[in-house]
Ligand binder design. Structure first.
Ligand code: PEP
Ligand code: MG
Length: 752
């Protein structure tokens, strides 16, 4: 059979467009298309396999294979040549299909008579939606031109599938992409549950006209957009706050390199030559990048591929001529879905969001810190979520379990709503306790404080029934800016916080940076072990400029009112003495400058390293109060990274060795009259809070939503009984107090 010398994909695409424009349902369209491609490529067979459920491909239309096999023949991803193409997102071109690795004979199709086989993935933005195949009887070698033409056609099919061009009607209806329920199991970033509608941080572009007759015009559009892109990157590089070295600059340099890359531009031009619109040419490149990304395990290379992907997104935005993220209405029930998001961007959305789902992110990332501060449920590492979610999709976020249901079935949504209602009922019950003390049945009163990090947290203070703010994390104001905040602005913020708190005390923790919290304007230190590195008070003492400025801002913000300051991550007496001296010196200096001295200045330290528990007596005499930062303390006590999913839940807070250590801290504080509190996440877990009370803690600080549950439990229990349960567990040689405390709660009628 004479084959076409050179395939003119432009002619083929034009015919394809006409075929798509004709009426009829999805099946009719597909049938027309396979006929047309078979004729255009002089192939005896042309078949389209589409992805149905997650792991299955179904033969949805064919010219040349047996008609009865349509909607009957199914292959698993990875099975047979078609399945291999879907798995690898790479074409297979062979003159002898039966002897090609992975070939799987499907008798119902009658394909045994066809020797040569060419299949390409139908993919959009790196997501394989199906496979397009042509076959011939002869041992034919498909040319590079033919492979390319088939890839271009597959690109158009993917765009049309996204637009729903192949949907129904009829029982064999071809499912449109992104209409089926999707479930993702990620990790807990911030607890809480929410139901709402997807708001994509980076909205996807729907290309309504993927085929173009006018390559000259598309060239001009592409080049104008690339020109603008290069200017944008140069402008960003020139922006003065980025002139310092650092991570941002590396990213921008990579952007610039890619934006100037001739190969990248040439490949997009070739796609336009073959008849695609400029947007689809960019998407074709983006698909290739994403396929590469899924195979690369080297974190550095992956990041660079992400940069290239981001650049393609920018280019698409420029081609569309509008910034689709600007001036967007945020609906009332928005749940933000993003690959990742910076803390400043997340703060911009603020409390308008009901939840956040990230494809990446880590527990300690800045975005997670902001979500925690805003008390918005957050699920991180939800695989594929940005590919699956469409703006406006119905979505359920379970931040307690780290689970996301996208486009859920009715039954799932109903069960979820019941859970939300139960939680709301419980919240109402807690609200009734708001003004009651956290006093146990045997008369022990705990002081429950809340943790905060933003001005926006302060309205929670009267609502949740906290006695005060036991930990105000001050780093957020430093993290979300591109330059060091001004003393004047910080002082004004601290003043507003104290105004909002009224008579209730606020404990300001000085800047806790380093480790995972890297300031955008500070040179990143390459440290082999950042959690054990140059962080928190160590940075404050070595570079006292920022610390002094912050202390001055705190003193000015207090403006004669009582002020409470504590330092993070103090490891020994010397560090505490130095920080305290610096603070007292600043107080004297401010006074000399005419600012009113604070009515009372209380200075405390966070106990986050085991070493401080064994500091000389002088530390406990000098310090006004000690606050146990259980998140860090636990990671150092057990040598288990708090951000490493493999180990972070491995050791129990209620382990009797950890409790014994904490009892030592309680005893030393008591011996020297230092007030003691606990402000790690564990303080907000009712059973853990009970154990802490049983070993002698009388002040706990936790996220506002935990105050109710902790108070409700404490009010219905005897602390002495909890203490006895812990003693008995220890006497019996148990490794943890958890079973004993669980049993106590069960006896008391709690379901625990
Ligand atoms: C802690 O370590 O327990 C703590 C409260 O501080 P952060 O979580 O901010 O490190
Ligand atoms: Mg800490």
């Amino acid at each position: 059979m004479p084959y076409s010398e050179a395939v003119d994909s432009r002619v083929l695409l034009r015919r394809l467009r006409d075929a798509l424009a004709e009426g009829g349902g999805g099946q009719e369209r597909l049938d027309r298309i396979v006929r047309l491609i078979a004729t255009g490529l002089v192939a005896e067979v042309c078949s389209v396999y589409l992805r149905r459920e997650d792991q299955w491909l179904e033969l949805c239309a064919t010219e040349g294979l047996k008609a009865e096999s349509v909607h009957q023949t199914r292959l698993k991803i990875g099975q047979g040549l078609v399945g291999r193409i879907a798995e690898s997102a790479e074409p297979i071109n062979t003159r002898d299909a039966p002897s090609t690795r992975g070939f799987r004979y499907m008798p119902e199709t009658g394909e045994e008579v066809y020797a040569s086989f060419l299949g390409v993935p139908i993919q959009r933005l790196g997501e394989v939606l199906g496979v397009l195949v042509v076959q011939n009887r002869d041992h034919r070698e498909y040319t590079d031109d033919e492979v390319y033409a088939l890839e271009v056609i597959a690109m158009v099919l993917a765009e049309m599938a996204e637009l729903g061009a192949f949907v129904g009607p009829g029982p064999m209806a071809i499912a449109a992409q992104h209409r089926l329920p999707f479930y993702a199991r990620g990790l807990v970033g911030q607890e809480g549950v929410a139901e709402g509608r997807v708001l994509l941080h980076e909205p996807q572009f729907v290309v309504t006209n993927p085929i173009s007759d006018d390559p000259i015009r598309e060239y001009a559009r592409l080049h104008a957009a690339i020109e603008r892109l290069r200017e944008e990157v140069d402008e960003m590089l020139a922006a003065d706050y980025l002139t310092a070295s650092g991570e941002h600059r590396d990213v921008l340099q990579a952007y610039r390199m890619f934006a100037q890359d001739k190969g990248w531009v040439r490949r997009m031009e070739a796609s336009i030559d073959s008849g695609l619109a400029a947007e689809v040419a960019v998407e074709k490149e983006q698909s290739a990048t994403r396929t590469r990304m899924s195979r690369v395990s080297d974190p550095y290379l992956r990041e660079r591929l992400h940069d290239l992907d981001d650049l393609a997104n920018r280019l698409l935005r420029l081609l569309a001529g509008v910034d689709q993220t600007l001036g967007r209405e945020i609906p009332d029930d928005a749940i933000l879905v993003a690959r990742n998001i910076g803390p400043a961007e997340l703060l911009d959305y603020g409390r308008k969001l009901k939840g956040v789902v990230l494809e990446e992110g880590s527990v300690g990332s800045h975005a997670a810190i902001v979500a925690r501060a805003l008390a918005i449920p957050l699920v991180i590492q939800a695989e594929r979520i940005t590919r699956e979610a469409q703006n406006g999709d119905h979505i359920l976020v379970d931040g307690d379990q780290g689970v996301v249901h996208l486009r859920p079935e009715d039954g799932v949504a109903r069960a979820f709503r019941e859970k939300i209602e139960m939680l709301a009922d419980a919240q109402q019950a807690y609200a009734a306790l708001r003004d009651r003390p956290a006093t146990s049945r045997d008369g022990v009163t705990l002081q429950l404080h809340m943790n905060a990090g933003l001005m926006a947290d302060l309205p929670s203070l009267p609502k949740c029934g906290a006695i005060g703010v036991g930990l105000f994390r001050t780093e957020l104001q430093f993290l979300v800016r591109s330059t060091v905040p001004k003393r004047r602005d910080l002082a004004a913020l601290y003043a507003r916080i104290l105004d909002a708190a009224g008579e209730k005390p606020v404990v300001f923790r000085t800047l806790d940076i380093g480790s995972d919290k890297v300031l955008p304007y500070m040179k990143r230190q390459d440290e082999p072990n950042p959690a054990l590195g140059w962080r928190a008070i160590r940075v404050g003492l070595d570079r006292p400029g920022i610390m002094r400025m912050q202390i001055q801002a705190l003193l000015r913000g207090a403006n004669g009112r009582p002020l409470t300051v504590m330092y993070p991550f103090v490891a020994d007496l010397g560090e505490f003495e130095a920080a305290r001296e610096l603070t007292l010196r600043e107080a004297a200096r401010e006074c000399a400058l005419g600012h009113p001295p604070p009515a009372e200045l209380r200075i405390g330290a966070m106990l986050e390293t085991p070493s401080l528990a064994f500091a000389p007596d002088r530390f406990f005499q000098l310090v006004d109060f000690v606050s146990v930062g259980g998140n860090d303390l636990k990671q150092f006590f057990f040598a288990a990274d708090r951000e490493n999913e493999r180990v972070r839940r491995r050791y129990d807070t209620l382990s009797l060795s950890f409790l014994a250590f904490l009892e030592g801290v309680v005893a030393r504080c008591a011996a020297h009259g230092a007030t003691l509190s606990f402000c790690g996440e564990d303080a907000g877990r009712p059973l853990e809070a009970l154990a802490l009370a049983a070993i002698g803690f009388r002040q706990l600080s936790m996220r506002p939503a935990s105050i109710g549950p902790v108070k409700a439990l404490i009010r219905q229990i005897d602390i002495a009984e909890a203490k006895a349960a812990i003693h008995q567990a220890r006497a019996a040689g148990a490794p943890s107090a958890r079973p004993a405390l669980d049993a106590l709660l069960r006896r008391e009628g709690f379901s625990a």
